[in-house]
Design a binder for this molecule. Structure first.
Ligand code: GLA
Length: 370
């Protein structure tokens, strides 16, 4: 009887020209994916009531796959990644990873905090990048909570970074709450506490490709809610000033194809944009539309900046899902963050975390179609 009722309502909706909305219960699945040393690594599949499916592992807190519908309802994966843990363990440019302790670069791997000079690993030319030799992207997170409710699916990961790990002071406890909502969003809540003054800049390094990872991202249309960038030197360390985007190839205040002016930017885009929010205020940072699939990605964050990176260093040597090789500009990143090299730039918003304070960040990636 129930099946007949559903069938009838589908017919009526079809006759009225409406597409029936398929809703099922959200779910969370856990499977053992492999090992890192003596630690078990799991892969979690978070599926919401619309069938949006996000896979996350506690190795590096990596988002390995995000399946969302196109305008016809076809579900495809829209992030770069691999289907085996070994591929992540063999090295990759931060695909989907949680990045810490410091997302992006610190000049020459040095900073001074409360009159002490700290020396970090130098792993990007003469600079420190994305937390050093063994950043959070390569660490094993503990799983605090994993559950699905009517409207959302939740995975809470935590990691205790020991005092002086990669050269950073303080025992730092980080918690990251991934939530897949019934509104086809991935919400990432970050929290951290330290027992000594330190610097911190957490982000997620997903590479998106809204075509379903079928071709490069140059035809995606981008809007960035940002009026200025932090121009950088040849080693990608900010000079310390803000430069207006108006009249430059960095002006995405109205929609432009990513590829339209990329030829004017040596190597492609890899720069921090200053957003328009007050400290801690959640604002929209970006909107990206892919005209063939009709997929739309809207990004929101409480962070003051976003690193827009167009996969400039991808060179086709890595092969991801479905045997696709990841060539230059095959994915784009919107890394919500504080500005690069803030520990050495007192004029930038502070990245210092003191004992007794709580670091908080929220970043949201919302998927829909148009
Ligand atoms: C960030 C950096 C880039 C590059 C990538 C990872 O986006 O700004 O320069 O290091 O991460 O390859």
């Amino acid at each position: 009887m129930k099946a007949i009722t559903i069938g009838l309502s589908v017919l009526i909706l079809a006759a009225l020209g409406c597409k029936p909305k398929q809703e099922t219960a959200s779910s969370l699945n856990e499977m053992i994916w492999g090992h890192e040393g003596d630690r078990i690594i799991n892969l979690y599949t978070l599926t919401n009531k619309n069938g949006m499916e996000v896979k996350i592992t506690n190795f590096g807190g990596i988002i390995t796959s995000v399946k969302v519908p196109d305008k016809t309802g076809a579900m495809e994966n829209v992030v770069l990644g691999f289907d085996s843990l070994k591929s992540y363990q063999s090295g990759h440019p931060y695909f989907g990873s949680l990045v810490g302790r410091y997302g992006n670069r610190i000049a020459k791997g040095k900073f001074v905090l409360n009159d002490t000079t700290y020396t970090l690993a130098v792993n990007n030319g003469e600079n420190h990048l994305h937390g050093g030799l063994k950043g959070f992207d390569k660490q094993v997170f503990s799983v605090d909570t994993a559950y699905s409710s009517r409207d959302s699916v939740v995975l809470v990961l935590s990691y205790l970074s020991a005092d002086m790990e990669e050269g950073y002071p303080g025992n730092l406890l980080v918690k990251v709450r991934y939530v897949v909502t019934g509104n086809n969003e991935i919400k990432i809540w970050y929290e951290a506490e330290t027992d000594k003054a330190t610097v911190l800049n957490l982000t997620n390094h997903s590479y998106f490709n809204l075509t379903g990872c079928k071709e490069n991202i140059l035809n995606h249309e981008l809007v960035l809610m940002a009026d200025s960038i932090t121009p950088a030197d040849t080693t990608l360390i900010p000079t310390g000033v803000l430069a207006p985007v108006a009249g430059t190839s960095f002006d995405f205040t109205s929609a432009h194809k990513i590829g339209e002016r990329i030829g004017e930017v040596p190597g492609g885009y890899d720069i921090n944009f200053k957003l328009r929010n007050k400290p801690g205020q959640l604002v929209q940072a970006a909107e990206v539309y892919e005209p063939v699939s009709g997929r739309l990605l809207q990004a929101y964050t409480t962070e003051p900046g976003v690193q827009f990176y167009t996969g400039n260093f991808l060179d086709g040597t890595l092969t991801g899902f479905n045997g696709v090789s990841y060539a230059q500009h095959f994915g784009f990143c919107l890394e919500a963050q504080h500005f690069p090299d803030s520990p050495n730039k007192p004029q930038f918003p502070t990245v210092v975390l003191n004992p007794g304070e709580k670091y908080r960040q929220l970043t949201v990636y919302r998927f829909s179609t148009r």
